[in-house]
Design a protein around this ligand. Structure first.
Ligand code: DX5
Ligand code: ZN
Length: 223
């Protein structure tokens, strides 16, 4: 059995107070976040709308933490350069939205960013097979994307394990996003995920001391 990878916690700002987004990001940074997860939604790939490159750029100065942009958009190729220029360090696209996935991943890396691919809950993993060396991260959705606060879909854990097996020795992150709590986090961490996104479970309580306790609870559950 391989050594477990260090756990990284990426709070999703979708559950934060958008009226003070910069301050919320600074607060989760101080509270122990490893990465900042930025949920970009276009009202087309998913029903909801959030923000794009200008907002990412506006909050970039509030933290030095790694900016992890999750693009839930139908045409990610259109603005890749803008996300990179705004300060995104990981750019994750949805496999369901990419006709030329290999090209899109190469374009992300050419911009100097890490390249991620996300799979919706119903999407099989075989589409990853021929891009394994073009990837820095696979994002396994454990809810149907579009909204925070949904219930974890348990099949995510076996999907994580199958992807970890498929990746072999490659140094690739597996991220899980959706319904991650202290109860569900260990299921996916022990299956081989190393980056856990949590929105509601981190931002509940609405203040920095609560964020700190919430992040710590997820870490403890996985220890
Ligand atoms: C869902 C987003 C998630 C969301 C997770 O479409 O991709 O990042 O914010 O929220 P929770 O942790 O509340 O399920
Ligand atoms: Zn997300």
């Amino acid at each position: 059995m391989a050594q477990p990878r260090p756990l990284l916690i990426a709070p999703s700002v979708l559950a934060s107070d958008f009226g003070k987004l910069g301050a919320e990001i600074a607060a989760v940074d101080r509270a122990g976040a490893d990465w900042i997860h930025l949920d970009v939604m276009d009202g087309h790939f998913v029903p909801n709308l959030t923000f794009g490159p200008p907002i990412i750029k506006a909050v970039r100065g509030t933290t030095n933490k790694f900016f992890d942009a999750h693009l839930m958009v139908s045409n990610p190729d259109a603005l890749l350069g803008e996300y990179a220029a705004a300060g995104a360090e990981m750019i994750t696209v949805h496999i369901e939205a990419c006709t030329h996935l290999h090209r899109t991943l190469a374009a992300i890396r050419e911009l100097g960013c890490k390249a991620g691919v996300s799979l919706n809950p119903a999407t099989p993993i075989h589409g990853l097979e021929y891009v394994l060396d073009q990837l820095d991260m696979v994002l396994v959705m454990s809810v149907n994307p579009g909204f925070g606060g949904q219930k974890y879909i348990p099949e995510a854990a076996q999907k994580v394990a199958a992807i970890r097996h498929m990746l072999g020795e490659r140094d690739v992150h597996i991220q899980v996003d959706g319904g991650v709590t202290p109860e569900t986090a260990p299921l996916v961490y022990h299956a081989g995920a190393d980056v856990l996104v949590a929105g509601s479970a981190v931002f509940k309580g609405g203040e920095e001391s609560a964020y700190k306790a919430n992040i710590e609870a997820i870490r403890q559950a996985c220890a």
